[in-house]
Write a protein that binds this ligand. Sequence first.
Ligand code: F0G
Length: 456
Amino acid sequence: MQDNFKTIIEPFKIKMVEAISMSNKEERKLFLQKAYYNLFLLNSDEVIIDLLTDSGTGTMSSKQWAALIDGDESYAGSRSYREMKKIVYELSKMKHIFPTHQGRASERILFSCVVKKDISIVPNNTHFDTTRANIEYLGGTALDFTQDSEDPIFKGNMDLKLLKDCFEKNKKNIPLCMITITNNSRGGLPVSLKNIKETKALCDQFNIPLFIDACRFAENSYFIQQYESEYKNTSILKIIQEIFSYCDGFTMSAKKDAIVNIGGLLCFNDDKLAEGVTNQLILTEGFTTYGGLAGRDMAAMAQGLKEVQDESYLKYRITSTKYLGQAIKKIGIPIIEPIGGHAIYIDAKKFLPHIPVSQLPAQALACNLYIEGGVRSVEIGSLMFGRLDTSSKKEVPHDMELLRLAIPRRTYTQSHIDYVIETFEKIYKQKKDISGLQIVKQAPLLRHFSAHLKPV
Ligand code: F0G
């Protein structure tokens, strides 16, 4: 245990560095113009601090790099697979453990085995976009039941009353229920162990399997340890094991809390489901002991899954996210609270009330943040979730205009984060000069990845 210090240091030292390509404001204006005001179309070396996502962008440790060298690349039955399986079993006790290339592959394979077109309903506290998209692509219905909770911290919880209503009405058509920890689409907010346990009890009552979307399981466990009084003296490992003891299976993007650049997991207990998943996996991802990954990727995953349980790491991770959020709030920029585990969400509608929703205030803020400091973020608003109504040719906006600053794991130091804060100080002073954007070209699906925009 560490002494009690105000300063929580990064609990690692840097052994290898990657140069950041620096640029100035005039250069960035040109880069952005060339990228049609869409930050997904920038080259990464045109970015100074990249907060687009926390997925696959974290820094691996020296032990993970050593594990990569030691990876066993056998097509079948590789040692690296067995090492990965051993640690996943220790955490979850799942009978069937399948690697996949990333989270959405696990989702696609799982749902293709259980979702029936025009019949199936899959409830969740909040589906992540790819989870929802995979269900809807198969003709199922994805429903969100986030609790409007009084709890100051566990605002990612499942609304058990709404879930029960849904079970009562649709029992026969629900192949499984999901719970996403932490709740990414609701600000990366945690779910309490009590809520997970109660969700499982309700699922059992209706004989519906519970699956966890577990990509940020360790961050969620840290919140439980810190804020759910019963678990104050429980180790992170024990909390993780208890979480998994309440589910029948889980999907996981290893690109988050396994701190690797690529990888995913699909794990569960059901033998019958394992037959279907094995067929799908072999058909589309690869043999069951590599599932689309290299042996070295599974070796790094095994090591990452051990490291992520370290309490000093989790303390630094959650505290450093809070540090950024509190500093931005102090400047006067409205953020979504409480602050979650992996990202800060800024309410752009509140911050830029002079920009109408039709002119994409969150994207306008994202572009301004980039021009001012070379900081790349991601819009979660009407560019991402709005759509063009093809009959009326009118834009249907999203109800929220958020800007997400997602923090890659172990990648930036406090001075990088202070630089982001200073960029926001500059933006605050000139907020009235920020103007809106309009879409000039868009794809019919997932338009935010490729849309072209221009200033109004
Ligand atoms: N579930 C959750 C809760 C996620 O946050 C993500 C990815 C996935 C599933 C899909 O995993 O990317 O490995 O296929 N979230 C990233 C993000 C992309 O930026 O929030 P994947």
